[in-house]
Design a protein. Sequence first.
Length: 431
Amino acid sequence: MKITVIGGGSTYTPELVQGFTRLHPDLPMDELCLMDIDQQRLKIAGGFARRIVEAAGNPFTVTLSADQREAVAGASYVITQLRVGQMQARKNDEYLGKRHGLVGQETTGVGGMAKALRTIPVVLDIAADIAELAPEAILLNFTNPAGLVTEALTRYAPEVYSVGVCNVGITTRMYMLEKLEKMSGRDIPPESAQLDTLGLNHLTWHRGLLIDGKDQWEKLFPAYLDELSREEEPEWNVDLLKALGMIPNYYLHYYYDTQHKLDEQKKWPPSRAEQVLELEEILLAKFADPSLTTPPDELMERGGAWYSTLATELIHAHFADLNAVHVVNIQNGGAVPEWPGDWVLEMPALINRKGIHPIKTRALPNSQFALIAAVKMFELLTVEAAVYGDRDQAYRALLAHPLGPEVDDVQAVLEDMLQTNKGFLPRFYTA
């Protein structure tokens, strides 16, 4: 078995590699191929990956490649964790929002749109290589904005079996599981827990936690509200949560607490990208240490908790026919009958050797659906804009987004977005 990681020079890679070593021999991989166009980062991260594998007894071989087609050829699973334009492009996305008095964030609002325009053509190019050189492979896309990129894959590369993956679901599940364990005074196997969540990537609402099929929400939710009510600066408005009966994904702060987020931006620098730029320098320096064989503590500051666990468990569940349930981004296909079947949603899915199957569930109330529908329309317009380099569709996407600019400012924001990213948007600048 060959598993390929596109974006193998990422600082996330060592944790991912360590996750694969833990699963051996249950996941009998022969080759882990790390591919990246940044040869310096690939050399550092790849060398560290090899030391991790050697320390684990060499359960598989780590190969390095700068050739995408070579890396993809013959793979059983392909993981995409790339960032077009690297961290500087993320910084540009954040300050694009700040310049125009809008939310500046890498997956939400104008920043998320800019990232999608850069990323979608690149991921579709990867999918084309998979279709030709590894037609049986499954593509696991971790690249943000994960839901939007998966929407593009579903519509423009249907011949490739793809799924979008985000760590928010597993992070939330593990957080709730820890709360439940403290309340009950007993250990609960993580595999027995299933998060009931629904929406779009970075736009979900959590409404249940099942343990061995029994929902524990009547215990968990009141305890969570009680905890919030006793905090001086609670993460969420308690009245909001009481009205919802659910816990919003923390990215919903950008929608529910927009002004607060805008006020936080006024304190930049540093933005999150600037913080990560500094952290990555530290991490890469540590990765280059020839004596290091385990991920350093600083990696936890990078974000992405439980990322490696989710990535490896998804692949293991498919390969070993485990019938495991994970939260993924996948086409609805009737699982939520009230909503369009061709929309990509973030929701629980059953994973076994036959594939990844969304689990039938009830729709969210209209108060949530109103926001989901608006953002989904933005996503569909953005996909069209990215695929065809269509400025009109890009304009309409900005107009549709709930966090987008006022009508009089749409054209200025669009031109700023395109000019700032001109080197990564050839479809918008063809002769």
